[in-house]
Design a protein around this ligand. Sequence first.
Ligand code: DGJ
Length: 726
Amino acid sequence: MTSSIKIHDEQKRGGAASAPLDPIHLRRAGVSVVIAQGTFDVPDIVHWGAALRDADVAGMVASARPAILNSSVDVPRSFPVIASRAFGWSGTPALDARTEDGARIESLHLTAVESEGAAATLRFSTASTAEVEVAYRLDEAGVLHASSSVLNTSLDRVIDVTAVRVLLPIPARAAEIVDHTGRWTREFQPQRASIRDGSWVRTSRRGRPGHDTSLITIVGTPGFAYRTGEVWASHIAWSGNSETIVERLPEGAGAHSSVLGAGELLDAGEVKLQPGEEYRSPGVVLAWSDSGIDGVTERFHRSVRARTVHPTRPRPLLLNTWEAVYFDHDFDTLAELADAAADVGVERFVLDDGWFRGRRGDTAGLGDWFVDAGPWPEGLRPLSDRVHGRGMQFGLWVEPEMVNLDSDLARAHPDWVLREAGELKWRHQFALDFSRDDVVEHILERLDRVIIEAAVDFVKWDHNRDLHAAMGADGARRMHAQTLGLYRMLAELRRRHPQLEIETCASGGGRADLGILEHTDRVWASDCNDPTERQRIQRGLSTLLPPELVGTHIGPEESHTTHRQADFSFRAATALFGHAGIEWDLSACSNEEFDAVSAWARMYRELRGVLHSGVTVRADHVDDGTLLHGIVTDDRREAVYAWVRLDTSSAAHTPRVPMPGLDPEQSYRVRAREEVGPVSRHQIGDPSWLAAEAGFVCSGAVLEQGLPLPLLNPGQALVLHVTAVE
Ligand code: DGJ
C-alpha cells in the first residue's frame, strides 16, 4: 500500500468536524486495529483485537458512538488516542504536560495523519506551543508497537512533561488481570485480580523494572488460561521507572469498558522541553489473542525473534564462575575451572565479579575498571588465552553504572555520584550519573580498554541496587536521563565491538525488559538456581521472552540461595529450557557428576535448535503440584516437553496430561530422555505406553488429549522428546 498523508486544516474541537477522518484499518497476522473519528477532532481506537474485513470497518465505526448518558457530558462519550479531561475523560490521561506558566497542553487538534501498510502516525498540535505525535505499527507477528512524543514548537516557552502514556480501550468481556510480581531469587510470579471500577496501577520507582516487575500485564475473559480465553497484553520496553495501568470508570471508555496502558513514570521537573526539544515515550508492545496466554506469548516471541538485533548464532553453553569462587580469584584455580569447563563441553567461560582493583568483597572497587594486580599480576590475558586456547569464548562481569565510595573514582569525582536520600547505600554502592557525557565517556573508555586488552567476547552487565532519589549534583532527579545514558553507552559499546555479546543482569532478573534487550543478548533470570524455584521463575519470564534470551544455569546439588537439595536430573531438565549454563565448581565434582554434566551438555547442543526457535506451550488443568511445558518447532515435526513435579498432591495417579501444540494428523514418536540421570517416581511401574524401548507412536490428536504420565516424586522433571514419524 502506498503512503497517504492527509493534512487537516485547523478545526474547532467539539461536534462534527469539518473534514471527518477516513477510518484507518491496520491489519496483520490475524489482528486488526481501527482508528476513526470519534466525538472530537481527535481520533479514537475503535477496535483492537480479532482481524476484521475491510467491509466490517464502516459498521464498526458507525456503531462506536455510545448513548449520551444521564448526568454526563452532552455528547456521546469518546476515548481519544490522547484521552484527557479536555475530551471529557476523567480517568488517567494519556498526556500530562504544561508550559512553565501553567497552560496545559491538552486541547489538541489533529493536524496530520500518515498511514502506510500496517502503521499509522497521528499528529496533533495546540496553539503554537506543542506538537504531539502518536504512532502505531502492527508487526508481522501481529504485535502492536505504540509510542508518543511531545515536541515544543513554541519560540520561548518551556514545557514540563510529567506523563506520556499509551492507552488502549478494552472490551467489557476482559474481566480479569494477570500480571507479575516477585522478589530477589523469586522473580516473575503471576498474580490474578478482577477488573473493577478504579485503577490497577503497577509502578516501578526503583530505577529499573525491579524484581517485582509486572513484566507483562494481561487482561482477558474470565478464567483465561494458557491455552484458552481472549486476552490483551501489554509490556513497556523501558529499563527505568514506569507504570502500567488497567482502569475502568463507570461511564466506560467510548464504546469500550476499560483501559490498558503504560508509560514512563516521570518525576515533576525531570523532563523540561526547551523550544525545539522533544520527549519520546518508551515503546509499548501489545498483543491480542483468542487462544489464551500462550497465544500472546507466541506473538511476542515471534516479534522478538524478528528484531534485527536478535542473536542468530547458536547460544553457547556457558560457565559462570560466581558460585564456584565468588570473590576468591587466582589464576591457578580459575585456569583449572576453565579446563574442567572445556572438558564437559562448555563454549563460553565467564569470569564474574572480583577481578578489578580493590574488589576483594562487595564493599569496594566498583568504578575502578582496572585489572587488580593482586590476584591477576599479569592481567586477565593469560586466563583469556587459556580459555580461548580451549576453544571457548571469554566473558567478563561488569557493573558500569555503579560505584563504591571506597574507590579511586569516587574519591576523585564525588560529583559524579548520583545522590540518594539520606545517602542510603545498597550493597554498599551508589550509581554514577549517566546523564553526564563525561561520566559515560570515562566508563566507556575503561570498558573499551579492558575488552580489548583481555580479548573479551561477552560481558555480563549487572545493576545491583534500586535507585530511589537518583539526584544529580544539583539535587534534580535523573532517572529519565540515566536510562537514556545507559542505552547510549550500550549502543556505543556495541558499535565499537560488533561481535561482543552482552547479558543484562540486575541481581538476577531485576532488569528484564525489551528496552534493554535492544542492546543486549540475554537476561540473567534469577540468582536462584534451585530448580523448584527456577521452574516458576522461568515460566513467568517465558510469557514475554523466548528461551534463547534467558540464562538458565545448572548449580550444585545444594542451592546456594535456598539450601534446598535437588537431583541432578531435575537441575539438568530445568536448565535445558533456556540459554543453558553452569554455575558450579566443576573442579569439585565427582567423576559421575562430571559424566552427567557432559551428557547433559551434549543433549543441550542436540536440542538447542528446537528449544531456541520453536513455539512455547504450557498445558492447563494439570495437577496443582505439577507443570507441563514444552517447545514445538514451527513445522510441528518435533517438540521437547518437560513434565515437572514441584510438590506432592492428593491425587494418587496422573491422568492424561495434554501435550499441546502438535499437528493432530501427524504421527509422532514419544521418548523419555533420561540419559542425564534417572527421574524418581512415586509408583510401582510406568504407564504402559512408556515401556516401549523405541518410543511410543501415536498421533498429535492423541497427544493433545494427553498421555497418562508417570507419577513423579516432588523435585523431579521428565524430559519428553517428540519426533514426527512417516
Ligand atoms: C549479582 C548477580 O545476579 C550475580 O549473578 C553475580 O554476578 C553477583 N551480582 C556478582 O556480584
